[in-house]
Design a protein around this ligand. Structure first.
Ligand code: HEC
Ligand code: HEC
Length: 281
């Protein structure tokens, strides 16, 4: 009996020390909230697993209505362009610049359409997601409108960029991006490049070695890109061509689903320096 009491006291004391430690840590300001800093892999896992499980559990008993029909699709398309594409992009269309700087990054809509069920998309859109920047749309849209959005989002994985431009009448114009400042033969800073690959939203579509991010399969993983003979199957691999692809993918291949993200020449060179540095033999 005594021993149990003693054990309980020790456990309580340890918990008190841990609680003081946590409060001291929070107050000290040591934790860096900068959106430009990546999460560590365990923290990222914790956050995404909690988010995914929370959505799955709550969506479980939602009854999905009939989502077929052109009316739903077209209403969903209009609503999507008004309220969602700014953050989630669209086939061949980049999100707005502000959204590329968000942590967590809004996932590309094609990824959501492929991996989430109708009920899950409905629940997340209606209630929003705490501490991510994803707004809740209850009080702004009716349930019927949210189901129209769901119907459209589930159809997105079957739409090519060209079909999306046809539907919306907005072709992106693959103009050659302006060069910002003369860079001479600046060969790029891999450390800046590593941050830039997150800050331009590349990791929403590509898994990139050394960068913590979603398990995405929208674009090919970029591991080993330095070894590849062709970039996206069209350009011979060189640092100059890789910069060209990153800045102007649709100028190289008008059919590609990789959007133009407004990358400056300097940042593109930084990205290439990082991507190639992963392959040094
Ligand atoms: C201000 C930017 C923003 C806007 C606008 C926005 N979203 Fe989001 N959305 C996010 C972010 C950030 C996340 C969470 C990313 C994460 O951590 O998974 C998210 C997540 C989601 C998810 C859950 C995806 C998943 O797999 O976890 C769905 C579904 C979704 N958004 C649908 C929509 C719809 C539909 C609209 C328009 C009505 C919309 N979003 C508008 C930023 C936005
Ligand atoms: C919305 C999704 C999306 C985003 C964001 C995106 N990409 Fe891509 N990317 C793709 C797709 C899809 C392909 C395959 C293109 C093709 O083959 O036509 C691709 C291809 C590539 C390739 C060629 C890969 C190979 O195996 O040949 C590179 C390199 C690349 N992207 C780099 C980047 C960089 C750097 C960024 C950020 C500035 C970025 N991408 C942002 C979707 C995306």
């Amino acid at each position: 009996m005594r021993n149990i009491l003693r054990l309980a006291l020790v456990v309580l004391a340890l918990m008190a020390v841990a609680a003081v430690g946590i409060v001291a840590y929070v107050y000290s300001g040591i934790y860096n909230v900068a959106a430009t800093r990546q999460h560590t892999a365990p923290v990222y896992w914790l956050l995404t697993t909690a988010l995914t499980r929370s959505i799955e559990v709550r969506a479980d008993d939602i009854v999905v209505p009939d989502l077929s029909g052109d009316d739903r699709f077209h209403s969903g398309l209009d609503l999507y362009r008004q309220h969602c594409s700014q953050c989630h992009g669209a086939p061949g269309v980049a999100p707005e610049r502000f959204a590329l700087g968000m942590t967590p990054l809004p996932p590309p809509i094609v990824q959501i359409g492929r991996e989430r069920s109708a009920a899950e998309i409905f629940w997340a859109a209606k209630h929003g997601l705490k501490m991510t920047g994803m707004p809740g749309w209850d009080f702004k849209l009716s349930d019927e409108e949210i189901w129209n959005l769901v119907a459209f989002i589930l159809a997105i994985p079957t739409l090519s960029p060209v079909e999306y431009y046809d539907l919306t009448g907005t072709a992106p114009n693959p103009t050659e991006p302006a060069t910002d400042q003369p860079l001479g033969n600046y060969s790029g800073d891999p450390d800046r490049g590593k941050v830039a690959l997150r800050q331009y939203g590349c990791i929403a579509c590509h898994q990139i070695e050394g960068i913590v991010g979603p398990e995405t399969w929208v674009g090919p993983p970029l591991e080993g890109i330095g070894e590849r003979k062709y970039i996206a199957g069209v350009l011979p691999n060189s640092s100059q061509n890789l910069v060209r692809w990153i800045r102007n993918p649709q100028g190289v291949d008008p059919l590609t689903a990789m959007p133009e993200l407004g990358v400056t020449e300097k940042h593109a060179r930084d990205m290439v320096a990082y991507l190639y540095s992963r392959n040094d033999p």
